[in-house]
Design a binder for this molecule. Structure first.
Ligand code: URA
Length: 230
């Protein structure tokens, strides 16, 4: 990466200001003063500004407690977007890792790390997602077995992967699924002759929604949370 871009990304100083600073001789690469903003720098090299080492441009990872009414796309004319709730610099580089429907609440992961996003969301990842589901009609005794055998969704060639449920009360359960087809949970319960009235995601892989996050709030993931994907 170019030196000026590297420093701008890592510090949030504008690119033009960084160019000016570099020309004053305040920047060193591996202890050698460098005055050319176009010099290429790699992540193995040590870059310092006024004697302080600048850490390599790190990726960013967040969990958001998504409220209902918010869409999981980057731009929308009619509804607030999940990204508009994340007040971070260079927010245009952030992507949503695994969408939720507009009326679904809960754990939404956001990152600028495309590879991590892909590991989480690619159809091959089989990363488990866990939801609290409230149904319009009572849970039937045969649901656990039907879900464990793989529900056949309307319009899909293959059955769903086996899913596991735990009953909470007559209309409410937790459901763990290992894939993410379009409107999957809602369609699974339509296939069972029921319908979802409320859906909340609280776990993705080893990442659990922080109970201290109010709806609409977000926080950075810990290193352990980031590492558990992939
Ligand atoms: N399944 C759904 O039907 N909706 C979601 O938002 C997530 C999973």
């Amino acid at each position: 990466m170019r030196l000026d871009k590297y420093i701008s990304n890592a510090t949030d100083i504008s690119r033009s200001e960084v160019k000016r600073i570099i020309k004053t001789g305040a920047v060193e690469i591996d202890d050698q003063v460098t005055t050319n903003p176009a010099t290429k720098v790699t992540s193995e090299q040590k870059v310092s500004l006024d004697g302080s080492v600048i850490s390599a441009c790190k990726h960013r990872y967040f969990m958001l407690n998504k409220p209902a009414g918010v869409v999981s796309v980057s731009k929308d004319k009619h509804h607030p977007t999940a990204l508009s709730l994340v007040y971070e610099h260079r927010s245009d580089e952030l992507q949503i890792a695994g969408r939720l429907d507009i009326d679904t609440t809960g754990l939404l992961l956001i990152t600028d790390d495309g590879k991590w996003n892909h590991r989480l969301t690619s159809p091959r990842s089989k990363c488990t997602k866990v939801y609290t589901v409230t149904l319009g009609n009572p849970i039937e005794d045969n649901y656990p077995e039907k879900l464990s055998l793989g529900v056949q969704l309307d319009g899909e060639k293959h059955r769903c992967m086996p899913a596991t449920m735990t009953k909470i009360d007559s209309h409410c359960l937790t459901l763990a699924i290992g894939e993410g087809k379009y409107h999957q949970v809602k369609r699974m319960f339509v296939a069972l002759g029921n319908h979802v009235v409320k859906l909340h995601r609280f776990r993705v892989g080893g990442i659990t929604l922080d109970e201290d996050l109010a709806e609409g709030d977000y926080r950075a993931l810990s290193e352990a949370e980031v590492a558990c994907i992939g």
